[in-house]
Design a protein. Structure first.
Length: 98
């Protein structure tokens, strides 16, 4: 990941260009793994595309579930993401019924 350091009268500030962060925002609390498998670690946020694959539904259905408060979403830099534990809880509670 590229980093830019700027030294001024207030000290040193670190900047990370946005384009180098895009693939990093999905990890929480650790560096990305080098594992090339398709399995997602527990601390990886899920995207709408991940959910459409998991449930075999359209993006529109995911947005409908968000509007009906069936899914808790978080926004990071304009992206809609979901915690895996929230999805697991919904499945366990059988709230996601076609």
């Amino acid at each position: 990941m590229k980093r830019i350091y700027v030294m001024n009268g207030d000290g040193t500030q670190e900047y990370i260009p946005i384009h180098s962060q895009e693939k990093q925002i999905f990890k929480i609390g650790s560096e990305p793994s080098t594992n090339s498998s398709n399995s997602k670690p527990e601390d990886t946020l899920l995207t709408i595309s991940d959910l459409t694959e998991k449930f075999s539904v359209s993006r529109l259905t995911i947005y409908f579930w968000i509007r009906k408060y069936l899914l808790k979403r978080i926004s990071i830099q304009g992206r809609v993401l979901f915690y895996p534990n929230d999805i697991r809880t919904l499945i366990d509670n059988k709230k996601l019924v076609g």
